[in-house]
Design a binder for this molecule. Structure first.
Ligand SMILES: [Zn+2]
Ligand SMILES: [Zn+2]
Ligand SMILES: [Zn+2]
Length: 254
């Protein structure tokens, strides 16, 4: 059955971040599609109560300045360990957070006090890659929109403006079965619109022809995907380019 549904977030069905006064330029999907969405909570970073908080764990980091040289470092929110500053060697302490769960409010995320790792079609981006200005890369990566940087292995990295990378890190990750794969168009990250089912394709098709629209925008379609008879749970993740309005989607299955 598609669409795949992540953790139930009953109170927030059909609510978007815009509705909560917490807009994300790259995420227009319902909040129920955001994998680390927590809702109302007390932020572990600034201590304030906030309407929109995210639960931080694997793949997310708190960004802290070195007490000696002010160089910024990401501290992994799941292992909560101190780090050694790469520039000067001083210890950067993980902040004392009493709660089991590390929560990050919208304001702290947008202010760059935290970062959520993204996987993308041109390679993974975590805070380390953003500071370097290059994705982690992919084996044999090809893409005409970006300067490609070879490594010692067959992995090829892509150079991106740091502002673009930080914007992605300040955006929620979307729920998937196999992992996110942020799409790019016109040299920019596309806008995530949500996980669509057949009704969504019908409703959004310019001429109401959902099946034709599905065939036009979904990558790597296999027989049975539209009919939803693959004998697996599947998910279809839809993006729009904010420059040229091109639509695309990738899909996965359990
Ligand atoms: Zn906060
Ligand atoms: Zn330092
Ligand atoms: Zn485009």
């Amino acid at each position: 059955m598609w669409p795949f549904k992540g953790q139930p977030k009953a109170d927030y069905s059909n609510v978007k971040f815009n509705d909560l006064n917490a807009p994300f330029p790259l995420f227009e999907a319902p909040v129920s599609n955001a994998s680390n969405f927590h809702g109302k909570g007390q932020c572990s970073i600034c201590g304030e109560s906030a309407e929109v908080c995210f639960e931080f764990g694997i793949g997310s980091a708190l960004i802290q300045s070195c007490p000696k040289c002010q160089t910024e470092t990401g501290l992994d929110a799941s292992d909560k360990e101190d780090q050694i500053c790469k520039k000067c060697g001083a210890t950067i302490y993980f902040p004392p957070i009493a709660e089991e769960k590390v929560l990050c409010c919208y304001a702290c995320l947008r202010a760059g006090r935290a970062a959520i790792t993204k996987d993308t079609e041109i390679g993974m981006i975590s805070w380390e890659q953003a500071f370097e200005g290059m994705t982690h890369g992919r084996p044999g990566l090809k893409h005409s929109d970006f300067e490609l940087v070879p490594t010692d292995s067959d992995w090829i990295r892509a150079r991106l403006p740091q502002a673009v990378m930080f914007e992605l890190l300040r955006t929620p990750t979307y729920d998937t079965i196999q992992g996110d794969q942020w799409q790019f168009c016109c040299k920019q990250p596309m806008v995530f619109l949500g996980e669509w089912n057949r009704e969504d394709f019908h409703r959004n098709a310019p001429d109401g022809q959902g099946h034709a629209y599905f065939q036009k925008i979904v990558q790597g379609i296999v027989p049975g995907l539209w009919e939803d008879n693959l004998h697996d749970v599947t998910g279809i993740y839809v993006f729009r380019c904010s420059h040229c309005n091109r639509m695309t989607a990738h899909w996965d299955l359990a």
